[in-house]
Design a protein around this ligand. Structure first.
Ligand code: GAP
Length: 462
């Protein structure tokens, strides 16, 4: 089904975000391209272009600040993607990290058995062509490869399917090197890989993606309290980023949805153009992971509480696990707006605008000389050089000024600075706001401070 008919009727199409529009804008403006496009594209993999990599870095930066700098007891880690294969036996991924898979014998389509109607499954009837379906079989999602020259069972190695395990195997190192005391957390951002059967909806579900995970180590018995606390904090985080809160909701995992390691789990779901989908998970992983690593490694992974008569225990873990690339898609969809602008009385005049929070926008300030001549371009370049130290800037001197504003709106640039003839005379410039399209005159000397102030007090108006 096309995204258009799934989400809105043709009459409602204008003004709405659809996955088709999001994907097309993302490519056109250099946010995201299909991987290996010149060879016909690689399923499940995407490349982040100049604006995309800036946006991704800023989302990662905002999460990192929130989860490490704003907490005295959370530290960072960057563990290797390749880990000892025993890690994945201990974690349960070799045995349990599977999806149920069925194939259509006629049209060769492949489905996740849990994502097609039960009646099709029972009747073994393909939902696409009506052909016969195969029996359901388990399919492990981990990418398997070999390390070293020999391709035998002894050289098998996996691409990590979650970043979490790199944290668990380092938890004792970090306690020792950083004198951490429970409760404490370890945060990590990095790539993860899953051999997903169904990859659709652009960058929503991909085979190569990035996660932002934080593992919080707590005393058994206090886990439910911390679980509730982290749910609260993760919700507040999205509010702080200015996300439309009526597009977010909680979903508690039922017994049949819980991962093999979880005692309790809640997803934060977002209302994407294709419907409500998981954005981030908060999980109570109990002592499952550290218990299993103790068993498989033979190392003692108990915490010794020196402030409490050297009491020993395996900590419980509360995990907050968000997709970075999925966050990017959410932030893109959330920011996307088409607005009718009654400029020059033209009713059919629409602008596409990405209303990114200024802390996340790939470009913060664009500097635009009204004309290239009469020294305006030089003056604008000079202002750009000054602002570069503090902000991500862009410079654009080609085309009519209205068109240049629209280009910046589409890239989500919150501020435009226009340099005109008056700037040469009195040293003021025009500061234009993306959301309201309001323009004010500001002395050049006050520009940087004014922008800083506007970012600090930013409130989304639509
Ligand atoms: N460590 C726990 C864990 O990995 P998960 O629910 O499987 O839990 C956590 O994944 C988050 O990672 C998801 O909420 C989602 O944002 C992101 N994610 C998972 N699989 C993904 C995929 N194939 N493509 C993009 N993001 C994915």
């Amino acid at each position: 089904m096309s995204e258009l008919t799934e989400y809105c009727t043709a009459e409602q199409y204008k003004g709405k975000a659809t996955m088709e529009k999001i994907t097309s804008l993302a490519k056109r403006r250099g946010f995201v391209y299909q991987s290996s496009e010149i060879y016909g594209g690689q399923n499940g993999a995407w490349d982040y272009g100049p604006l995309g990599v800036e946006l991704k870095n800023r989302i990662a930066g905002a999460w990192w600040k929130e989860m490490t700098r704003l907490h005295d007891n959370i530290v960072g880690l960057d563990a290797a993607i390749l880990m000892h294969p025993r890690t994945w036996e201990a974690s349960g991924h070799v045995e349990n990290f599977t999806d149920p898979l069925v194939d259509c014998k006629k049209c060769k389509s492949r489905f996740r058995a849990d994502q097609i109607p039960q009646e099709n499954l029972t009747a073994k009837k393909c939902p696409d062509c009506g052909g016969e379906l195969t029996d359901t079989r388990k399919f492990n999602l981990m990418f398997k490869t070999h390390i070293g020259p020999a391709e035998d069972t002894a050289s098998i190695i996996y691409l990590r399917p979650e970043t979490a395990q790199g944290i668990y195997v380092n938890y004792k190192n970090i306690i020792q090197s950083n004198r951490m005391k429970i409760p404490f957390g370890i945060a990590q951002i990095g790539k993860a890989f899953r051999n997903e059967i169904v990859t659709k909806n652009f960058i929503f579900r991909t085979c190569e993606f990035e996660q932002m995970e934080m593992q919080y180590f707590v005393k058994p018995g206090t886990d439910e309290e911390w679980f509730a606390e982290w749910r609260k904090q993760r919700w507040a985080y999205y509010e702080k980023l200015g996300i439309k809160m009526d597009h977010l909701r909680w979903h508690q995992h039922g017994p049949d949805e819980l991962a093999h390691y979880a005692k309790d789990a809640y997803d934060i779901e977002y209302l994407f153009p294709m419907g409500w989908r998981e954005l981030e998970g908060v999980h109570n992983r109990t002592d499952y992971d550290l218990g299993r690593h103790t068993q498989f490694s033979g190392k003692d992974l108990q915490y010794i509480d020196q402030d409490n008569n050297n009491e020993r225990y395996i900590p419980y873990i509360i995990e907050t696990s968000a997709g970075l690339t999925r966050n990017l898609l959410m932030i893109f969809c959330d920011a996307y707006d088409e607005e009718q602008v009654a400029e020059k009385g033209n009713e059919d005049d629409w602008r596409t605008v990405l209303r990114f929070h200024p802390d996340l926008a790939p470009v913060t300030v664009a500097i635009l000389p009204l004309m290239k001549k009469d020294g305006l371009a030089e003056l604008a370049q000079d202002i750009r050089t000054e602002l570069k130290e503090d902000y991500a800037t862009d410079y654009d001197q080609s085309g009519a000024i209205g068109r240049r504003y629209r280009r910046q709106d589409e890239a989500g640039t919150p501020f435009c600075v226009t340099v005109d003839y008056q700037s040469k005379e009195d040293g003021t410039v025009t500061l234009r706001f993306r959301d309201s399209m309001e323009q004010i005159r500001v002395p050049r000397a006050e520009l940087s401070a004014r922008i800083r102030q506007e970012i600090k007090t930013y409130k989304r108006i639509k």
